[in-house]
Write a protein that binds this ligand. Sequence first.
Ligand code: SF4
Ligand code: MSK
Length: 651
Amino acid sequence: MTASVEKEKPGSERVYERLMRAARREFYESVSIDPTVPQLLEKAEMDGAETAWHRYLAQQPQCGFGLLGVCCRNCNMGPCRIDPFGYGPQKGVCGATADTIVARNLMRMLAAGAAAHSDHARDIVEVFKGIPEGWAKDYGIKDPDKLRGVAQALGLEVEGRELNDIAKEVAEVMEWEFGKPGEEPLKLVEAYAPKKRKDIWRKVGIMPRAIDREVTEIMHRTHMGVDADPLTLIAQGLRCALADGWSGSMMATLLSDVMFGTPKPIRSVANLGVLREDAVNILVHGHNPVLSMKIAEVAGDPELVQMARELGAEGGINVVGMCCTGNEILVRLGVPVAGNLLQQELAIATGALEAVIVDYQCIMPAIVDVASCYHTKVITTEPKAHIPGAIHVEFDKANATETAKKIVRIAVENFKNRNPERVLIPKEKSELVAGFSVEAILEALGGSLEPLADALKAGKIKGIVGIVGCVNPKVKHDHSHVTLTKELIKRDVLIVGTGCWGIAMGKHGLLLPEAADLAGPGLREICKALGIPPALHMGSCVDCSRMLIALAALADHLGVDISDLPAAGSAPEWMSEKAVSIGSYFVASGLLVHLGTVPPVLGSKKVVEILTDKAEDLVGGKFFVEPDPAKAAEVIMAHIAEKRRALGWPE
Ligand code: SF4
Ligand code: MSK
């Protein structure tokens, strides 16, 4: 026996420490399939920083009433809660039942999600309008053809007109989408949704009229003493979600393409290994490309690069992205992406980040606490998104380049405070190809949907699934995204997707054309012939609207409704209220939608029944919940087989 083993007496401190280390290691490795996570979780703990995983554990057990959706605090007679076991109260003080409370809570989540997407769109429209008005002097029209296409779709004249004139008119139509009076449907819905869908929405009474109006109506209906019927509440939710998907999110996508370019396939790299020891590292995080595109642009400014070098950063300035603003600059500029939602704190824990520059959505306020353990500066830029402890530099869109330089200068000056002894940059990073806009997919197909339609009819491609959404500490990080995607591509299902899914795919090598080797024989053949991956990264969460346009075009091409297509949607690791809206506009557009984390609805049988069954009779789509991604793939395949049978296509 060696001396060291002899010293390990049972119950001794040394044994305890060893066992604790092993338990910790097991915990670090259990939370993610991404190898950067355990390394940096361990470092974060050693450095005294806490992450979402730690806080998630500290929250256990999470409130059962909240998980079931049966608590209400919509008025000050409450809060009220319903006893799910039937022994305690079955009604709130006002008499609201579990069915009413669950439906109201879910619809408020949806309204917040639709509001977030659409307010992002409003900010884009504002800057876009500033181009013809002349004050947004640092922005321009990068894709004039897209602008003309949007104008034509909206029924506007384009022949012989100056671009600025067209832009002005398009901006006016878009602005009107938010708060126009009257019952007329939204212009973008009229322009882009297929006729068959619009007929269904009219029949059901959920044709969206104005974005802000649909959000406001949910807030009104869910106020104490208004709508108590879960069915009518959910119907209004679908109307609001349609306003988001087919108008709010869609205008964010369309105008971002016009201003910054429509994405084309572009190579890049993903994961925390994109940070560099020899450079000033800047992480842009959030959602709105109006900020991130400018930061990426000014990072190449010779004066700033020189300044970085003089401070010892030989490699200059390294801008990397996170979450959806990362996706915006990934799909347009090929800027490397450092990770998805749950990696925002870990990026800081590398000790190699000079600044995290944020706009809004999905930014954990805790990044300020993590940053306080290192030299990293957190810089907020949006008037509507402040974080206590962060530096606030308002992003002046009228002087965008100047403000972006001012922000980047703060990061560069901070390089001198980096402590090289506290730096740990994981080596992991994977190559990827992203940027599959509808236009890019069409181009890959030779300009027509015919080859895709033929491949579907022949069964070479069995179906198309759109995978979206976040990552969530409730499930193993990236695992469900990767497993579901692999399970589906091996069964010849083409995957399109956005958001944190896209980043997960990039990190795990599934966005490379070589990933076609993991696909079934039919899909593999098509991908190899076109030189594309079997999983196509379309962009950020607002870019789920690209999927709607693609599905609408395919359905029109085949002369069927979207609900007839062998297609589905999935949000395997969702957490955001925006995902509630996305899932709902997919359902209202006729799709089967899989949710991998359970929404807070199990407290009402009636709500569950509407979402997972009755919705199909009304709009042709419905939800199903399945935490196991392999089982979810089976359900999706059964759905695809059923749709193929109905179309008379071989299974
Ligand atoms: Fe309670 Fe009704 Fe008020 Fe909700 S609205 S808190 S159920 S009294
Ligand atoms: S960033 S909404 S965690 S996809 Fe769009 Fe990721 Fe979900 Fe935020």
